[in-house]
Ligand binder design. Sequence first.
Ligand code: ADP
Length: 434
Amino acid sequence: MRGRIDEAGALREELEAERQARRDAERLAEENARALYDRQDELELLEMVAGASNEATAIEPALGAAIVHVCAHMRWPVGHAYLSDEASGTLRSTSVWYLEDEARYSAFRDATERSTAPGLPTRVVKAGEPAWVADVATEPEFQRAEVAMGAGLRSGFAFPVLMGTQTVGALEFFSDRPAEPDPVLLGLMAQIGVQLGRVVERERAREELERSNADLEAFAYLASHDLAAPLRAVSGFVSLLGRRYHDRLDDEGREIIGYAIDGVQRMQAMIDDLLLYSRAGTADLQRQDVAAHGLVAAALRDLAPALAETGAAVEVGELPTVHADAGQLQRVFQNLLSNAMKYTAPDVEPRVLVSCRDLDAAWEIAVADNGIGIEPRNAERVFEMFARVHGGADYRGTGLGLAISRRIVERHGGRLWVEPNAGGGSVFRLTLPR
Ligand code: ADP
């Protein structure tokens, strides 16, 4: 009998152990599933913030998207962004907020915006690390405790927006429950901080470029404007000297005057082109429906001397009516055609073909030549200001024609680029929206 009882007891124990093992396994499986689910959630959050950051063309929308996604992920009702001033590094509150309930949290928002150096983000910027307020009621350094508690906010945390090691901003979030620091969350936010830092970096680089372009433009305008008058005077006097003293000068004297006049003329061309470049970026576009064929014909008339000199065979295919500033577009054709006649290959009869393709949303007009061509590595450089890739002494020019042309085409909403021509030479293509 005793043996039977012992046996039943052992069986029960075994059964119980088995049940326990099954419960443990189920709990573990459930925990793993939850961890996986959380991970999935985190990855989705990172993906959404990365997507918004990549698409953003300004800092504020990227910060706004990050705040909305983080608040939704954490189920935290308040989020807010700060940016550091580029020059002084001081933190300033932005108008980028997420408030789950506008009426409930607006007093907290107003108090935050009134505060010149809120403790939480300032701590983050100083340390370059996240900061956590587990309970606003017991944290002595948290200055906005009263108004936060009035709105039912209990805990908060903030993390830095990092550009490399430099803190360029901070995001802060608040919850309506006390919350302890969470290492997983901190790791996640660190990644978001780096992503947003890239947007700040991109935006600052863009602003810097705009600033330097504006400086260059102001310089171009001033230089072209202010240099024109004295240069005209020099040109006039040197020509006069050449004419009046022609008989009293020897050959060498006349040659020197010839060089001086040549130099002045080149400078004149440079100044004229600088003025055109700065106008191409600023003058209002006078758009109208205009036959591209007529513009090409007018450009060719202006180029008659070059045409006669090179003997180039120019063929113009069927061209559309485009909606463009006639004067400016004619300038583009003139630049492209004059280059096609200038950069000709030795011992090859120069041929130029102007043609057009219908791309539905745009017209693509091509100016193709069989000249010396442009190496692919220089295909972008030739559009830069003053860039000349073929020997300066052999070909006259200012290095501004293509920069002006690209500017004009881009202001029309199109593109201008160069490709090698199949049989040698170059094809310049420009698009114009229809
Ligand atoms: P410029 O002709 O006054 O030098 P551009 O801006 O018109 O200035 O052209 C920039 C450079 O691009 C030229 O110096 C030349 O080296 C190259 N280039 C332009 N057009 C052609 C072309 N059709 N074929 C070969 N090289 C060209």
